[in-house]
Design a protein around this ligand. Structure first.
Ligand code: DX5
Ligand code: ZN
Length: 221
């Protein structure tokens, strides 16, 4: 059985009223997804530890920091100090083990992620060492992109392997999750759905978050 969690991505929130935006979804959110972009690993620049520190003072939600940066090792201590609960690093950067060790020593939950075109094989050696595998369903860099359906096969295979190995880690999917794609991702075995624009660009983000969860897991099943 999957964990059935929703992680609204604040990338699509109104940053001028970020605390209010978080309050709007906090009853429906199981984690808050924080997209960190450095303008190098991806062609966009977003937020860093100071914003996480401010959020930490306003919410008890798990702060799930997705690091789309070239040098996550330079930032991990600052995110931990700011109050992040977990950080996720990209496999495309190379051997993630030194970063895992840093995260563990800092008390961070350990996440690993892969881009849509990156084969699942690249992360299989590390599944026993992580708390979270994040399957990207858009090319990282921007909110509001369409879901790439071919990643569902990757998610299905990841689910099967995680279950076969009886691993305690969670499977998260990120990008283009809306009312329609939420159920496809849940059926493929996602534990955690990240959703940005479909939540925060809705007239009522709380209603949008609730209906996405209901679409993904009807009757909580
Ligand atoms: C993309 C980010 C996603 C994004 C999701 O680089 O990692 O978390 O914010 O936004 P939507 O749900 O709009 O695709
Ligand atoms: Zn993300």
């Amino acid at each position: 059985m999957t964990a059935r969690k929703l992680a609204p991505s604040i990338l699509s929130a109104d940053f001028s009223q970020l605390a209010d935006e978080v309050d709007r979804v906090s009853d429906q959110a199981d984690l808050l997804h924080v997209d960190v972009m450095d303008g190098h690993f991806v062609p966009n620049l977003t937020i860093g530890p100071p914003v996480v520190k401010s959020l930490r003072q306003r919410t008890d939600l798990f702060l799930d920091c997705h690091l789309m940066v070239d040098n996550p090792e330079d930032l991990l201590a600052d995110f931990a100090d700011a109050g992040a609960d977990g950080c996720t690093v990209h496999i495309e950067l190379g051997d993630p083990r030194p970063r895992f060790a840093m995260m563990r020593s800092l008390g961070l939950r350990v996440g690993l992620t892969l881009n849509p075109e990156t084969p699942l094989d690249s992360v299989l050696p590390y599944l026993e060492e992580i708390d979270l595998l994040l399957v990207m369903s858009v090319h990282p860099g921007f909110g509001g992109q369409p879901f790439i359906p071919s990643v569902l096969d990757k998610l299905t295979t990841a689910r099967r392997i995680v279950d076969e190995r009886n691993l305690p880690m969670e499977l998260e999917i990120d990008g283009g999750i809306n009312l329609e794609t939420a159920s496809q991702a849940a059926d493929a075995g996602a534990d955690i759905l990240v959703s940005g624009s479909a939540v925060f660009h809705a007239d009522d983000p709380a209603v949008a978050a609730r209906t996405i969860k209901e679409a993904a897991w009807p009757n909580g099943s």
